[in-house]
Design a protein around this ligand. Structure first.
Ligand code: NAG
Ligand code: NAG
Ligand code: NAG
Ligand code: NAG
Length: 360
């Protein structure tokens, strides 16, 4: 076969997109800003330095509310990322409260939002839409469209920032769902990110995600969706006034590999009747391992969402948890105290297929 035909054939078979995403890993470098970018006042130097780096080097866009960076808003920085982007672009966000809604569209993979991991509360992206609010065309927003930050692209990273929805849902209020973060891209790492809201704070919608040392605050179903996610060493903080729930996982069939796994997390806050999880889908799956759980949990622990048949198929497990809230004496009998062998698949990044995309 002619060499050129072979090359064309190869490109046809493997395709540009395949070559682009094959063997891509998220590493610590993707969620850090190199020290020499930190002095954002030296803009000229920064621009020169990324010109000198090859196309395979990540570039940095600085967001500064006070006008010293490349953009004053997060969304304007995202808009600068080229469509079909194939290199890591780090959006370095200087401290401040950014009052805006931000979307990273599916066409812009490899984007990182980076603040200072030791001062995540100083860099805040804040908005306040709730489900009953109206869209431009007059229709109700619904839960999905309320997100302050929506991530639709793959290989997203964030560290050292706070994402909030400031709506305060009152129990029994009409359509008070108010999402802070909706994440629907595949393969994402969030490190030391604070995600704040009340009802439906984090829509962990689809894809495989790793939340490491994050702080997630809410009241009712405050982590929900159908992702396959590992939450490691996170703080789950309830602001429920009476009752509430942490995880509402939406798995609908046994074939789906999705689930929420909480490992070595702390569960704290208010309320006295917080469920660890509610079965949003027939095969809802949530597991808590090595978690420290305060005395704020409804003793029954788990809810079938008033759909009793879900008791047969939901996978709700607890393994080696501590704290008064971990007492399983009054748990619903269809939840499980896991044996080690049952817990193992949920305990590390293997659960989220990490060997294919994580090098942390
Ligand atoms: C970028 O490309 C240069 C030269 O082609 C190579 O030496 C270097 O290892 C590459 N860096 C990365 C991070 O891939
Ligand atoms: C981006 O990629 C899609 C799918 O491969 C293609 O249809 C589109 O034309 C590309 N857009 C640009 C601006 O390159
Ligand atoms: C839990 O996390 C702490 C650090 O936050 C660590 O010291 C400890 O070893 C972890 N425990 C388990 C069982 O992984
Ligand atoms: C959940 O299970 C019920 C009872 O078997 C069934 O009627 C329903 O269609 C199932 N829902 C989905 C989304 O598969």
């Amino acid at each position: 076969m002619d060499f050129r035909i072979m090359v064309a054939f190869f490109l046809l078979i493997y395709g540009h997109n395949h070559v682009k995403s094959f063997g891509r890993y998220i590493t610590w470098d993707d969620i850090k800003i190199r020290e020499d970018y930190k002095d954002y006042t030296k803009i000229t130097e920064r621009l020169v330095s990324f010109q000198n780096h090859g196309i395979n080097q990540s570039r940095v866009i600085v967001v500064d509310q006070n006008g010293g960076g490349d953009s004053t808003t997060l969304q304007a920085a995202v808009d600068m990322v080229p469509v079909n982007n194939s290199v890591r672009v780090k959006i370095y966000v200087l401290p401040g409260i950014y009052r805006e809604k931000v979307t990273v569209p599916a066409s812009k993979p490899y984007v990182s939002f980076i603040g200072d991991p030791n001062h995540a509360s100083e860099t805040v992206i804040s908005w306040n839409d709730k489900a009953s609010d109206r869209y431009k065309d007059g229709t109700e927003l619904g839960t999905y469209r309320t997100a302050s930050v929506a991530i639709e692209s793959d290989y997203f990273c964030a560290s050292g920032i706070t994402i909030e929805n400031t709506v305060v849902a009152v129990a029994g209020g009409y359509k008070m769902q108010a999402v802070a973060l909706r994440i629907a891209g595949n393969k994402a790492v969030l490190y030391r990110v604070r995600i704040l809201g009340t009802q439906d704070t984090l829509l962990d919608e689809t894809g495989s995600h790793y939340f490491y040392r994050c702080y997630i605050q809410g009241s009712v179903d405050f982590i929900f969706g159908n992702s396959r996610s590992l939450y490691k060493e996170c703080s789950l903080h309830s602001v429920a006034d009476k009752y509430g729930a942490i995880a509402a996982h939406h798995r609908n069939s046994e074939e789906e590999e999705t689930g929420f796994s909480f490992v070595n997390c702390s569960v704290t806050g208010s309320g006295v009747a917080l469920f660890l999880g509610r079965a949003w889908g027939n095969y809802s799956r949530a597991v808590y391992s090595y978690c420290d759980i305060d005395n704020i949990i409804d003793p029954s622990g788990w809810s079938d969402w008033n759909q009793p048949w879900r008791q047969r198929t939901a996978v709700f497990g607890e393994y080696e948890c501590t704290g008064k809230g971990a007492d399983r004496k009054k748990r619903v009998p269809w939840s499980k105290s896991f044996h080690f062998e049952e817990a193992v698949p949920f305990l590390d990044t293997d659960f989220i297929g990490g060997e294919d995309w994580l090098r942390l």
